[in-house]
Structures are given as C-alpha cells and as structure tokens.
Design a protein around this ligand. Structure first.
Ligand code: GRF
Length: 202
C-alpha cells in the first residue's frame, strides 16, 4: 500500500476523480489517506464525504511558514506520494527538492506553454485563446522548484474551437484532467517504493 495525499485549494473535482478511481480499484496500490487544503474550499466537503482526513493549513494563518507546516503534516501521515490538484500556494525549494519524484501536479494546459507563476484558473485558458493555439490540454508533471517546470509525466490534448471562451475551454480540459490524473497516478505508483522513514528522503 502507498499512502497518497491530495493537496487542493478549490472545488476539488480532480480530488473527486482520484477518490472515485480509488473506490473503483483503479489506483493500484495507492490509497488517498489525507487531503490538505490551504483555504476553506469545496475539496473539504468532498474529502469528508469520502471519509478522508482533512488538514486545513490556512495560508492567511501560516503565511511563509506554510511549506514547513505542510511538510510536517505529510510526515505525520507517512505520505508516500503527494498530488497537487488545484493547489495554489507556491511551495519552497527545500520541500520540492526533498519531495522530488514523490510530488506531482496537474496543469490545465500543454506545458511548457502557458505555465508558471500566476498562470492558474481562467487565466490559463484565456492565454491559450489569446495565443491563437489550435489545441490545449492538460499535463501531469513532477513538482520542482520552478512553478510548472518539473519533468512531464503525461499530457492529453484538447482541440480549441473557434467559438471557445475561457470557460468552455476550461470545462473541456477539465473532463480530460479527470481521466488523465488518476491514470498517471496509478502508473507512477508502480514505480515508487513506500517510504519507511519519511524524514530521510534526502
Ligand atoms: C484544475 O483545472 C487544475 O488543473 C488546476 O486547477 C483546477 C482545479 O480544479 N490546477 P478542481 O479544484 O480540481 O475542480
């Protein structure tokens, strides 16, 4: 068994797709055992409904100490793999280095295009439309110090339509996110070993 934490800041539909995949037995050895949020958000209700413990690390309370608090929580719950699913707080380099290869993110565009600091939510899809791209999509990648710059694990493309708005494109991309993320997590789980001592990753 591998212990999965999902980190969220929003509605939590990607979290839900991971919960549903786990319930269906399609996450392999991976079990969501913790949800961490950095603000009150819809993901909390989804986690509680599924009976998964929630840790609220409110970014207004923790400020620059949020990363350290997160690391403590991940260690307390003996987390093997962490999945960012709409998590908006930027994590500092000490944590991303220590969690290298054990922390992944999903981005709602085809990286390396339309990523980086400030590129989240509607802005990503508007940037795709403004650039006149023929396609967008979603990308799952390892988390590294540079925002949205870690090694790409997999991506799915989605055509951009002439009449797309940022909202319609976001909705079409999100459908693919819900398919891509659980699949990549299940595949990744087959390649990593459980952490026997979470504090000794580096
Ligand atoms: C998704 O588009 C995800 O790719 C992005 O933020 C959105 C989160 O949606 N990082 P949800 O909270 O999973 O519904």
């Amino acid at each position: 068994m591998l212990r999965l934490a999902v980190l969220a800041s929003g509605g939590g539909s990607n979290l839900q797709s991971i919960i549903d995949a786990a319930s269906a037995g399609s996450l392999g050895p991976l079990y969501p055992v913790l949800v961490v949020v950095d603000r009150p958000c819809g993901a909390v209700d989804r986690a509680r409904t599924a009976g998964i413990p929630v840790e609220v690390l409110d970014r207004r309370k923790w400020g620059r100490r949020l990363t350290a608090a997160l690391e403590t929580v991940l260690d307390e719950y003996r987390i093997d793999l962490a999945a960012l699913a709409g998590w908006l707080s930027i994590l500092d380099g000490a944590l991303t280095r220590r969690w290298s290869g054990r922390m992944v993110n999903i981005h709602p565009a085809l990286l390396p295009k339309h990523g980086g600091p400030g590129m989240y939510g509607r802005r990503v899809h508007q940037a795709v439309l403004d650039a006149g791209d023929a396609e967008s999509g979603c990308t799952v990648h390892f988390v590294s110090e540079g925002v949205d710059e870690g090694e790409i694990l997999d991506a799915v493309s989605v055509p951009v339509r002439d009449d797309d708005t940022a909202e319609s494109l976001a909705a079409r991309v999100l459908v693919q996110e819900h398919r891509l993320y659980p699949r990549v997590l299940a595949e990744l789980a087959l390649t990593i070993d459980p952490r026997t001592d979470p504090s000794s990753v580096d």
